[in-house]
Write a protein that binds this ligand. Structure first.
Ligand code: PMP
Length: 406
């Protein structure tokens, strides 16, 4: 173990409780991570000392809150190594970031007959906005498939690229299969053809180090609540050249420069995309989460979670009748499985009664689940605060499920 696990777990108050008279095991981290005391304290500190609407006031509290909010933007730029601070747009989550790009990019760049490439492994948040935008604009959404290990068919993707392709949009890491996609190779190939690439980083940014300048992606989206920060926070990173060109997504206060009776001029980046009063409290928490992750080190986190993934894969593979979905060697700490023919909901309910939180169902990826021809999966997703002993308890719970259905 890279970290002092007791010390880390002491930072997460919610983990120290009994569920059904058993110590809670939280393996639903891909849905949302728990929050360290440092994040909770940052929110309390904000409301007890600094709360005020930002960007609009000349008085002390307003200036203080504005400065803290803009400091947070700088720290997030640094965390993902974006080139410019104004390329960081605060949103309420990955879903809003993805809708923003689909809507604004669609209006600006997509016309009748154009094509957008995505993949079968997308979360609905990076699928439905593009599907609907393509329907509205009479464009074609092309969908890249996967192989038996849950890896993208790269050649198929490359073959799809043509002079009508306007964008490639795909997940960095699959929330169901755990696959870490070869995004660098895809981006390089796309750029050879002058095609921009959007990455849905909702499952990427909390598990592996990400570097916008190294990846050279054109857009990157993520949610705060999956990276130990509050719900209702998120980020859209976009390259300046695209953000400058895109029309605003929402209209109202803060995103304007001047409003006349018959027309309006828009604010500069990033404010053009931040209409209305933002979630300042949440961004204070996001800032604290980024500081927490930075102190641990994203490479250490990736290595620690990889150890947990390897241990769990070996442990659960030893149980007869287990079927795994997503077996790529390039995987984040997510295991999707079925126990023989037992329905995932039945399995999930029994596992829950043993004090273990796993997720069951289609994980907001119906096209993928349909493609796999299964009713859904049970998904265990690990964070650096999880332990090998907790994985042992999951293995015991799976044996119990098997016993009950024998
Ligand atoms: N993309 C992926 C890959 C996800 O896992 C999720 C959340 N499960 C989302 C997008 C949407 O995130 P949010 O609900 O926080 O907007």
């Amino acid at each position: 173990m890279i970290f002092n696990i007791e010390q880390i777990r002491a930072d997460f108050p919610i983990l120290h409780q009994q569920i059904y008279k058993k110590p809670l095991v939280y393996f639903d981290n891909a849905a949302s991570t728990q929050k360290p005391r440092q994040v909770i304290d940052a929110i309390r500190q904000y409301y007890e000392h600094d709360n005020c609407n930002i960007h609009r006031g000349v008085h002390y509290l307003s200036v203080k809150a504005t400065e803290a909010y803009e400091e947070a933007r700088k720290e997030i730029r640094q965390f993902i190594n974006a080139r410019n601070t104004h390329e960081i747009i605060f949103t309420k989550g990955a879903t809003e970031s993805l809708n923003l790009v689909a809507s604004s990019f669609g209006k600006r760049y997509i016309a009748d007959g154009d094509e957008v490439i995505t993949t079968i492994m997308e979360h609905h948040s990076n699928f439905v906005p593009w599907q609907q935008m393509c329907l509205e604009r009479k464009a074609r959404l092309r969908i890249v498939g996967i192989d038996d290990q849950g890896e993208l068919n790269l050649q198929e993707l490359k073959n799809m690229v043509n002079e009508k392709t306007r964008l490639i949009t795909l997940t960095h890491v699959s929330n169901v299969l755990g696959t870490i996609n070869p995004v660098k190779e895809i981006i390089e190939y796309a750029h050879l053809h002058n095609i921009p690439v959007l990455l849905d980083g909702a499952q990427g940014v909390s598990h592996i180090p990400v570097d916008m300048q190294e990846l050279d992606c054109d857009f990157y989206c993520f949610s705060g609540h999956k990276m130990y920060a509050p719900m209702g926070t998120g980020v859209l990173y976009g390259k300046e050249k695209y953000l400058e060109e895109l029309p605003p997504y929402q209209l109202g206060g803060e995103m304007i420069k001047d409003v006349y009776l018959d027309h309006t001029t828009f604010n500069e980046l990033p404010f053009k995309f931040e209409a209305g009063t933002p979630n300042v409290e949440g961004v204070m928490g996001l800032r604290a989460a980024v500081a927490y992750l930075t102190a641990l080190g994203m490479s250490n986190i990736a290595a620690c979670e990889d150890d947990l993934l390897k241990y769990a894969t070996e442990k659960l593979s030893g149980i007869e009748g287990m079927k795994f979905f997503g077996t790529s060697p390039q995987k984040a700490s997510v295991i999707s499985f079925l126990i023989g023919d037992i329905h995932p909901y039945d399995a999930g309910m029994i596992i829950d009664k043993m004090g273990i939180a796993v997720r069951t169902g289609h994980h907001c990826a119906q096209p993928l689940i349909e493609f796999l021809g299964i009713p859904g999966t049970v998904r265990a997703s690990f964070s650096f605060y999880n332990t090998f002993e907790e994985i042992d308890r999951l293995a015991e719970a799976i044996l119990k499920v098997k016993q009950m259905f024998a």
